[in-house]
Write a protein that binds this ligand. Structure first.
Ligand code: PEP
Ligand code: MG
Length: 583
């Protein structure tokens, strides 16, 4: 079976299948209301015991504060008023239990949403959570329990949200396989950051694989084997060992400067989602953080992190990074990154919708709070701010005004911050790329976000596995656009980096180097191999090669040409590494 390999590496282990069904709640009239009430009581009882187990486990493994949430959910299911209201609805209207749970909880959610007090208002999220748990039990839908995963598990699911993936722990899972998703879906990006081999786009895989089947997953080729024979098992076990050998060889790149043979120096930075990722990027010798996707600290929680909480997270990253540059990108919620408490209305085209800077400029309080937290952290290291999804000059100017306001607020309170903090923008929307000559005059740097730039330029949804053949970083339109952005930045005297996934593509690194890109920011597992590549190239020669790709006609032609020049077959790579280390 073959899907789309989105995070390289070989995973061999036992399947852990998550069946995902939608919560389709219909109103059904029932004859026997008492029987329905019994169903409800059993579901509530089971919900309580699940919550009790979660409380005990979290208390033991994480801590009292984190465990408390499950206690409060359990208490909600012990609330007589809430439960008897649901029972009365079943009895009086003779309707099914799941519908009654939904209706009664919706009433409470609305009531809490209208309360002035912020703390009480946020309790509506708890009601939603508890309600979903009970409804799932009533509908017979199992809730995924990631704690049952062990390091030899292969996670198989219809789809994984970025917040699902962020809950996984590095080293606790062998591979992931999903039906949906594209190469630059955020779940795939997190998988690459964590170094988890992943294959997406395999139709009905949750039906084809059963829990406990032995599965091999090749995250590079996209191959998935269910219950393989001895020969296949031996072949992939050996391949896995070879990859580990390559990764050990590459450790020799640690501490070396990222400089071409003819002396052109670039910055090799890393992308992170949370402060937890910093240890791994330092292990891989990142020279800075080119993209801190700050929205991940807003996920998997009940309400927005306060200014102080955000400050602590940013400060932790800066302190760990010492004097290395750290670019914090302001909140980029929306698209495939949903955060329930922001209540983003359902949209027909979320990636073209109310996301990132648009959402921040529409919620200036949220935006200013984040900017204050970032500014306060700026005294602890070399911090830069970056705005995502800029599509017009007005958005950039409005964002800078909000930043000025945040600075003024801190000044009024006498709180220190770096007043000369560098401000940059992501170039990830074609309109911004086209007016990059103008935008460059008003910022300190650009970072090219190829993940979105490709989807918007080529009109291909980055999540849609059916369109993955059209979503290509090798499209000549992309290369021309990127060349134009780099030239415009340099003409205005600013530096330009890239933090989209293309920055870590071994075939494109030589091309971007030839175009004059100053900074490459990628997932940490790619850093050392990228340094190896750059140190073995001549910038001069790459300029000519980059120039010739600009005249090519198709993505296939570009990719074919680059594959011939810069093939990174692991075997020959290992040989080259070994030869070099002998010399
Ligand atoms: C991008 O679009 O290239 C990018 C880096 O941002 P994100 O993947 O978070 O949308
Ligand atoms: Mg983006």
């Amino acid at each position: 079976m073959k899907g789309l390999g989105v995070s390289p590496g070989i995973g061999i282990g036992k399947a852990f299948v998550i069946e995902k069904k939608s919560l389709d709640i219909k109103k059904i009239y029932v004859n026997d209301a008492e029987k329905e009430i019994d169903r409800l009581r059993n579901a509530v009882e089971l919900g309580r015991s699940q919550l009790n187990e979660l409380y005990a486990k979290t208390l033991k493994e994480v801590g009292e504060k984190e465990a408390q949430i499950f206690k409060s959910h359990e208490m909600m299911l012990e609330d007589d008023t809430f439960i008897s209201e649901i029972e009365s609805k079943i009895r009086n209207e003779k309707v099914n239990a799941e519908y009654s749970v939904k209706e009664v909880s919706n009433h409470y959610i609305k009531m809490f949403n209208n309360i002035e007090d912020e703390y009480l208002r946020e309790r509506s999220e708890d009601i939603k959570d508890v309600t979903v748990r009970v409804i799932k039990i009533l509908l017979g839908i199992r809730t995924a329990d990631y704690s049952k995963l062990n390091k030899d598990s292969i996670l198989v699911a219809e789809d994984l949200t970025p917040s699902d993936t962020a809950q996984l722990e590095k080293g606790k899972i062998a591979a992931m396989i999903t039906e949906m998703g594209g190469k630059t879906s955020h779940a795939a990006i997190i998988a690459r950051i964590m170094g988890i081999p992943t294959v997406v786009g395999l139709d009905d895989i949750t039906q084809k694989i059963k829990s406990n089947d032995v599965v091999i997953c090749d995250g590079k080729t996209g191959k998935v084997l269910i219950n393989p024979n001895q020969k296949q098992l031996a072949y992939y076990t050996q391949k896995k060992t070879r990859l580990e050998e390559i990764s050990n060889e590459l450790r020799k790149q640690v501490g070396l400067p990222t400089i071409t043979k003819d002396g052109f120096k670039v910055t090799l930075a890393a992308n992170i989602g949370t402060p937890h990722d910093v240890d791994m990027i330092l292990e891989n010798d990142a020279e800075g953080i080119g993209l801190f996707r700050s929205e991940f600290i807003f996920m998997n929680r009940e309400c927005q992190p306060s200014e102080d909480e955000q400050f602590e997270e940013y400060k932790e990253v800066l302190q760990k990074m010492g004097d290395k540059p750290v670019i914090i990108r302001t909140l980029d919620i929306g698209g495939d990154k949903n955060v329930p408490y922001f209540d983003i209305p359902k949209e027909m085209n979320p990636f073209l919708g109310y996301r990132a800077i648009r959402l921040c400029l529409g919620n200036v309080d949220v935006f200013r709070t984040q900017l204050r937290a970032i500014l306060r952290a700026s005294v602890y290291g070399n911090l830069k701010i970056m705005f995502p999804m800029i599509s017009t000059m007005k958005e950039l100017r409005d964002s800078k005004k909000v930043l000025e306001k945040a600075k003024e607020e801190l000044n009024n309170k006498g709180i220190p911050f770096n007043n000369d903090i560098e401000v940059g923008i992501m170039i990830e929307i074609p309109s911004a790329a086209i007016i990059s000559d103008l935008l460059a005059k008003e910022v300190d740097f650009f970072s090219i976000g190829t993940n979105d730039l490709i989807q918007y330029t080529l009109a291909v949804d980055r999540l849609n596995s059916k369109l993955s053949h059209l979503y290509s970083q090798y499209h000549p339109a992309m290369l021309r656009l990127i060349k134009g952005i780099i030239d415009n930045a340099h003409k205005a005297g600013i530096w330009v980096g890239m933090c989209g996934e293309a920055a870590g593509d071994p075939k494109l690194i030589p091309i971007f180097l030839g175009m004059g890109l100053d900074e490459f920011s990628m997932n940490s597992p790619s850093i050392l191999s990228s340094r190896y590549i750059i140190r073995n190239l001549n910038k001069d020669e790459m300029e000519k090669i980059a120039e010739s790709t600009l005249n090519m006609e198709t993505a296939v032609e570009v990719e074919g040409y680059l594959s011939c020049l810069f093939a990174d077959e692991s075997e020959s790579y290992l040989k080259r590494c070994k030869t070099r280390s002998r010399n």
